[in-house]
Design a protein around this ligand. Structure first.
Ligand SMILES: [Zn+2]
Ligand SMILES: [Zn+2]
Length: 238
């Protein structure tokens, strides 16, 4: 089975090979079980009746990479032993996902993102599912106020940002030009937060469903927000 490498690590953890405290051992075993379920689901989506369901598979892989990467470091890596087992589990996960990823990666066409118009709004579409990855709408905060462009974010904390003046005019002109990559590039170069739906490593623009997103808080203080793409690239988006 594809998840065999994870099952092998599970046996080692259960057998006490990583000298984890009982609480940690339970948490780690639970996390491995979640990964095994995720790998099996990703595999079923890819094998789906001979017609791969790439959007479903990509949703699983983004989450799997997150829980074995940033999610692991954040919630399970506060002892040397849990770091060590986390690295071993990360490798086992990659190996468990080899076949699914070999099939999924070519189906994610990072040039597929298009500019789509819906009513008064404009969107950049997701490279996996063609759903909305970034939405843009022009509005005013009051009758006398100047127009501004409201741009959505992947972040659950800063859910949108605004752009006004010449930059907004430039963006509208680029949208009329119809080249999605130019719009992404302009946002990346001119905006402090860039284009947060775009993974800088693979260049894909992904929607919220196809990005694993986590906002990190210390009490009421928002520290950062992290995103992981379906191909396993992690980034900080704010
Ligand atoms: Zn999507
Ligand atoms: Zn990526």
């Amino acid at each position: 089975m594809p998840s065999d490498p994870l099952r092998a690590i599970r046996l080692q953890v259960e057998g006490g090979q990583y000298s984890l405290t009982p609480d940690y051992q339970r948490a780690v075993l639970k996390r491995i079980d979640d990964m095994i379920t995720g790998v099996d689901s990703a595999d079923q989506a890819i094998e789906h009746r001979g017609r791969p369901d790439a959007p479903a598979a990509a949703r699983y892989t983004a989450n799997l990479f997150y829980i074995s990467g940033h999610g692991w470091r954040r919630f399970l890596a506060d002892s040397a032993e849990s770091v060590r087992v986390g690295i071993a589990i990360g490798l086992a996960l990659r190996s468990s996902l080899t076949s699914a990823l070999e099939q999924l990666a070519p189906m994610i066409d990072v040039t597929r993102t298009k500019i789509s118009r819906q009513g008064d709004g404009v969107t950049l579409t997701c490279a996996v599912c063609d759903g909305d990855a970034v939405t843009f709408s022009v509005s005013r905060t009051g009758p006398e106020a100047p127009e501004q462009m409201v741009v959505s974010s992947l972040s659950p904390v800063t859910v949108f940002r605004t752009i006004a003046g010449p930059r907004m005019a430039d963006l509208l002109a680029l949208m009329d030009g119809g080249d999605a990559a130019e719009v992404v590039k302009y946002l990346t170069v001119t905006q402090p937060a860039g284009c947060d739906a775009c993974c800088p490593t693979c260049g894909g623009v992904y929607c919220k469903t196809h990005t694993a997103i986590e906002a990190q808080w210390t009490g009421s203080w928002h520290e950062a927000t992290y995103a992981t793409c379906p191909l396993g690239h992690e980034r900080e988006i704010e």
